[in-house]
Design a protein around this ligand. Structure first.
Ligand code: PGA
Length: 264
């Protein structure tokens, strides 16, 4: 687990975009796992900038988003389909046929639909690089606390905390969705490489538990400790409750010296 400490949101966004860009340049048909949420906005802005200024080419990239709210159609302004279109897909040369986001409008046969999503990931050769944010409760995707570490794509009931955090996107009370379709933790752990971004003091406790706490289904992101190639890219505020910051800085220095490809 590589912990990369950056000064602020801007630096985290730039570094994340640089990592993604070099993965795309190394493998133009990269299978990229994507995430939504406020943390991701800056990263997508940076990727759009690299597309415009440095001709970063997404034409062969295949994407799979982590999750979508149940009950929201693709054109709903609070849907993750809409978020992805507005923040990223409509601004780069991605082929719409290569884009996959769980369908929030499915009714019944959830298991069958979710198995199909997993099958599509397999057919695409598996996810090369998975982006993740983290919730205040440690969720990744919508894998709320007590999600099985072996879980697969499925229907998931959202916690009160997540519903409240998301309420800002759903201004009128009671309007927000209570369930989602999300990749599971087991699905996420099969990605070849994982990049988790966290910024701001509200994420500090979840980040510390995920990196330095025990592996527990009470903190879904702690399951990432089981993965051989995870990078946590975090700003100073999100890092503030980590006890081993000095060690992470030393590791970073040596990584830059000995295995710089892990940082690019
Ligand atoms: P945020 O969401 O980036 O909007 O904080 C992250 C998450 O809940 O996974």
């Amino acid at each position: 687990m590589l912990v990369v400490l950056k000064r602020d949101y801007e630096e985290v966004s730039r570094q994340a975009a640089r990592l993604i860009a070099s993965a795309v340049r190394r493998k133009p048909a990269l299978t990229l796992g994507l995430a939504t949420g406020g943390t991701m906005v800056g990263i997508y802005d940076q990727l759009v900038r690299l597309h415009k200024e440095e001709a970063l080419d997404f034409s062969r990239v295949v994407t799979f988003n982590l999750d979508e709210y149940l009950g929201l159609a693709a054109d709903h302004p609070q849907s993750f389909h809409h978020f992805m279109r507005e923040n990223f897909f409509s601004r780069v040369n991605i082929d719409p046929r290569n884009v996959h986001i769980p369908d929030g409008t499915i009714r019944g046969n959830y298991d069958q639909y979710c198995a199909g999503y997993e099958e599509a990931i397999r057919q695409a050769g598996g996810i090369d690089l998975q982006l993740l944010g983290i919730g205040r409760n440690g969720h990744v995707g919508f894998n709320e606390p007590t999600s099985s570490i072996g879980s697969r794509t499925r229907l998931k009931v959202l916690t009160r905390e997540t519903i409240e955090d998301n309420q800002k996107s759903f201004p009128s009370a009671g309007e927000g969705p209570r369930c989602a379709i999300t990749m599971g933790i087991g699905t996420i752990l099969e990605a070849r490489r994982i990049l988790l971004m966290a910024t701001g003091a509200s994420k500090a406790a979840a980040v510390a538990k995920s990196i330095e706490g025990p592996i527990t289904s009470a903190v879904s992101a702690s399951a990432l400790q089981l993965h051989p190639d995870v990078t946590f890219l975090i700003d100073e505020q999100a890092a503030s409750q980590l006890t081993q910051r000095e060690y992470y800085r030393q590791v970073l220095e040596m990584t830059a010296l000995l295995t710089p490809e892990r940082l690019s």
